[in-house]
Design a protein around this ligand. Structure first.
Ligand SMILES: [Zn+2]
Length: 153
C-alpha cells in the first residue's frame, strides 16, 4: 500500500494530456511532489487507517506522509527534467539535489521494456536499493521494539 502511495505523485503526468505545461505548479513534478501534498495525503489517510481498524493509525498516517514525500525527494536526485516543486504552493521554485546520480525514468510503461529501461532499473537498484533496504530494516526494528514493549505490558 505504501509503495503504491509512494508512486502516486507521478499520476501528475496526466497534466500533459490536459495541456498543463511541465513548469506549471500543477505540471509534472509540481504540486503532487511537494511536502504540502504529502502532508495532505498523510492527514487524509488517518481516518482511512482508523476505518480499516489499523491499530496505530497515527503511525500509519505518518508513514503515509513519509512514503509520499520520499517520491519528491528522490526525484530531486534525477539527472533530467525541470526539478521538483518541493515547496509548492508556498514557493514555485523547482529544486534539484546537488548530487544527482539517478537516471530519469521514462514516463511511459512501455519505455521500461527497452535497454535504456533496464539500465534505469539497474541504476535505481544500485542507488535506491541500499536506502530502501535500510528503511525496511529500520521499520522492522521499530516494529519489533513496539511488539516487545506490548508484550512487556
Ligand atoms: Zn516523480
Amino acid at each position: 500500500m505504501l509503495a503504491a502511495l509512494a508512486a502516486a505523485p507521478d499520476l501528475d503526468v496526466i497534466a500533459f494530456r490536459l495541456g498543463i505545461p511541465y513548469a506549471h505548479p500543477l505540471g509534472h513534478r509540481g504540486l503532487t511532489h511537494s511536502v504540502v501534498f504529502a502532508l495532505c495525503v498523510g492527514l487524509a489517510s488517518l481516518p482511512l487507517w482508523r476505518l480499516a481498524r489499523v491499530e496505530r493509525a497515527g503511525l500509519a498516517a505518518a508513514l503515509t506522509f513519509l512514503a509520499v514525500v520520499s517520491h519528491g525527494l528522490l526525484d530531486t536526485l534525477t539527472d533530467a527534467g525541470l526539478g521538483v516543486g518541493l515547496l509548492i504552493p508556498i514557493d514555485d521554485t523547482r529544486y534539484f539535489a546537488p548530487f544527482r546520480p539517478l537516471l530519469t525514468s521514462p514516463l511511459s510503461v512501455g519505455a521500461f521494456f527497452s535497454l535504456r529501461g533496464f539500465a534505469i532499473l539497474g541504476n535505481e537498484l544500485v542507488w535506491v536499493g541500499p536506502l530502501a533496504a535500510t528503511v525496511a530494516l529500520a521499520g522492522l526494528g521499530v516494529r519489533r521494539a513496539l511488539l516487545r514493549r506490548e508484550g512487556a505490558s
